[in-house]
Design a binder for this molecule. Structure first.
Ligand SMILES: Cc1cc2nc3c(=O)[nH]c(=O)nc-3n(C[C@H](O)[C@H](O)[C@H](O)COP(=O)(O)OP(=O)(O)OC[C@H]3O[C@@H](n4cnc5c(N)ncnc54)[C@H](O)[C@@H]3O)c2cc1C
Length: 487
């Protein structure tokens, strides 16, 4: 019988598969996507947040455990499991040698990625290259991968994994039942499931269904099928269905897989207005990597789920330029017309903001003293008048990265049923990220969580499979001895 069945084909799944194989287990990976779309949201990533006590190859200075933990505590507002969070943080300090061993290469952060050179290790070639490296390594180690294989249901008995029921993408091979000694589920969140998103976000007072206007930044294959199945079968959950990593992306982004090229990163350098040309939040609240993931939700609560990021010529060159150019105009009136905003209202909003700016020493690398006075909402840092042509505007809409509702786990990543840990069913990655991320986000922590708990899940699954074999061997020895004694 197969030792470890891994469900999912992203970072967490491959980390689990590789670790289980290295521990001597036989491993089969079932990935919903066709080969060319393999890798889930992980192919879209660029970096991993890492703890380190001194400069390390691509990482500058130090980023100690305590600082990482405080950052997490702040962004989650305390909605985090400290034990699991610290475990992930510590694991991030020494996982890169293992990643390199499997062919992952790192590079220093590029200028424009804002304050990340100290905290985040960037993958050379991005997440696509990272996933390709892991798949190559898996193949070399004899791990079987089946693509276009969606698991619809887990067969469980008293919290114990028995078998997975799957269908191929086009259903050509009918339904199959796959038994294994242990199973790691790493099938992501449910962000790609538009119906489920609609259910969670509901209808607003204006009668709109906000999630109808969301882009899904990553894969279309994270439908939450097993999340739903496990919940229906009584697994303990963590995180709220409506919590997610949600970024404001270019409003022209496609429904799925727009990836990072739809990011617009100039919010903290200007102002953001809604479709009534009104500002609605402090654009300079904190460094962009600590705030970019709240803007999707903020825009989701605006009329028509749309907003406009406005900057002037002074901001150009200070942020990663968006791949797709925005609107450009020589006057504010013209920019308003191009964006379809009420001209008078827009100009008044910008003029009020300009008049309220108290410019000190502008420095985008620190929480500087440029702020507004007497304006609501305030802009607390990097506030400089928008007065230098040309002016630029980018239409934004919410872009969901991943949802936080998931399986409640412990340090072994075991899925729990009524508070009891399953002996042979483990969860990793987005499917359990909600244990650490109750809300909020800090850049690079998704891959920290997936790598840490994917690796742990692989080791635990291999261990549980071995224990089962040992149990079976001792039972059959006892049975044989009993048999001889009886004879
Ligand atoms: C545009 C974008 C940029 C990002 N950038 C970063 C970054 O730079 N740093 C960072 O830390 N995080 C980043 N993230 C978040 C990061 O992608 C996730 O935290 C991480 O990839 C989660 O890994 P995972 O393996 O749990 O899920 P995924 O990589 O999404 O993998 C889930 C897998 O499960 C498969 N699957 C789903 N359902 C089934 C089923 N029923 N049966 C079989 N297979 C199934 C899917 O096909 C997929 O392969 C980014 C996300 C996006 C979308």
């Amino acid at each position: 019988m197969l030792d470890v069945l891994v469900i999912g084909g992203g970072n967490a799944a491959l980390c689990a598969a590789l670790m289980a194989r290295e521990a001597g287990a036989s491993v089969l990976v079932l990935e919903s996507a066709p080969r060319e779309w393999r890798g889930g949201n992980s192919v879209h990533t660029r970096n991993l947040r890492c703890m380190h006590d001194a400069p390390q190859d691509v990482l500058t200075e130090a980023y100690p455990e305590e600082e990482f933990w405080q950052d997490l505590l702040k962004v989650t507002g305390g909605l985090t499991n400290e034990k699991l969070a610290r475990l992930a943080i510590r694991e991030s300090s020494d996982c890169r040698d293992w990643m390199r061993h499997h062919g992952v290469r790192f590079q220093p952060s590029l200028s424009g990625t804002l304050h990340l050179s100290r905290t985040n290790a960037f993958f050379m070639g991005g997440g696509k290259a990272l996933m390709n490296a892991y798949y190559r390594s898996a193949e070399k180690l004899g791990i079987e991968v089946r693509y276009e294989s969606t698991v619809n249901r887990l067969e469980l008995k008293d919290g114990r994994f028995v078998a997975a029921h799957m269908t191929s993408l086009n259903g050509s091979q009918g339904s199959q039942r796959i038994e294994a000694r242990t199973c790691v589920v790493a099938s992501g969140g449910f962000e790609s499931n538009l119906e489920w998103m609609r259910e969670v976000w509901g209808q607003n007072d204006a009668g709109e269904w906000p999630s109808d206007n969301f882009a899904i930044r990553g894969t279309r294959f994270n439908m939450g099928v097993l999340l739903r199945d496990l919940i229906d079968q009584g697994a303990d959950t963590t995180g709220e269905p409506n919590q997610s990593h949600c970024v404001a992306v270019d409003a022209r982004a496609p429904l799925y897989d727009g990836g990072i090229c739809t990011r617009v990163d100039c919010v903290s350098l200007g102002v953001v207005v809604n479709k009534h040309a009104e500002r609605f939040y402090d654009e300079g609240e904190d460094f962009w990597p600590k705030r970019y993931a709240i803007w999707g939700r903020l825009v989701a609560h605006q009329p028509a789920q749309v907003a406009y990021s406005i900057i002037d010529a002074k901001a150009v060159g200070r942020f990663m330029p968006p791949v797709f150019p925005g609107e450009k105009a020589d006057t504010l009136e013209q920019l308003a017309r191009q964006l379809g905003l009420d001209e008078q209202a827009f100009v008044k909003t910008v003029q009020d903001y300009n008049a309220a700016c108290k410019v000190g020493t502008f420095d985008h690398g620190v929480l500087d003293d440029c702020h507004t006075e007497g304006l609501s909402p305030a802009k607390t840092h990097w506030a400089r008048p928008i007065d230098t042509a040309p002016f630029y505007g980018y239409a934004l809409k919410p872009g969901i990265t991943f949802t936080y509702l998931g399986m409640k786990t412990d340090e072994t990543t075991a899925v729990h049923f009524g508070g009891q840990a399953s002996p042979n069913l483990f969860a990793a990655g987005e499917l359990m990220a909600g244990n650490v991320l109750g809300k909020g986000y800090t850049a690079g922590v998704g891959m920290t969580i997936g790598t840490a708990f994917g690796r742990i899940a692989g080791v635990q699954a291999a261990k549980a499979a071995k224990a089962q074999m040992a149990d079976k061997a001792s039972t059959s020895t006892t049975l044989t001895e009993d048999h001889h004694a009886a004879a």
